[in-house]
Design a protein around this ligand. Sequence first.
Ligand code: MF3
Ligand code: CO
Length: 258
Amino acid sequence: MGVFKNERDIEGMRRACAIAACVLHETADSIKPGMTTREIDLYAADLMSRHGVKSAFLGYRNYPCYVCISVNDTVVHGIADERRVQFGDIVSLDVGVICDGFIGDNAKTVAVGGCSPLAQKLMDVTEQSLHAGIRCARADNRVSDISRAVQDCVESNGFSVVREFVGHGVGRTMHEEPQIPNFVDKGKSPVIKKGMTLAIEPMVNAGTAAVRILKDGWTVVTHDGKPSAHFEHTVLVTDDEPEVLTLCGKTPLKSQEQ
Ligand code: MF3
Ligand code: CO
């Protein structure tokens, strides 16, 4: 089970992931109170084209936007529109790009200007839970070791993990085996092997775990209207420590390459 990457594939993944990370961080940094989510989406689209990559999400099962922008009680898969983000909102941005046939996938939640202490704790715990999960992405562990680390971190802080959406293997396609739940499921979980590239992505609710999908068929919101946060990295399983691929180093824009 799972798709294993050779050295050439890994080089491709490194490049796609580095660009995905830069697009994520530069877009997040551009968010200002009063911007519409459509403006944020188009900002990301422009960065992608300047990096010479395409959105992995646009057109995927007819998804209509370049990136996913999920505000406050929207968990994931928010659709850009004329909504203006305001001071105090928290915005989850999910960025997936395709570069030379490989996909890099990552996400983070940021506050617009500032936010409530509860929303800040929610973001901090969600990011910590991602890091706890990543530390378990080691050869010969099971996927459930990642799930348990995420779930323990979240629940010991009084928050809840979403059940309906999970992390995944990623490579030439966006969703490969294995699935990576953010909670421990019954049954035997796959063994993690060297050469897997995994998108680990806790979605964490301040209140109950329950979610519903809006009539647009995409937007996932919390049932209780409380806020939700989402952090995601693509990581490579090695002989040793996991390598986080979605780090924004110095990835030159295509237009600046000679
Ligand atoms: N990071 C999400 C995932 O891996 C993003 C998918 S959004 C979609 O499932 F629009 F492409 F579905
Ligand atoms: Co993903």
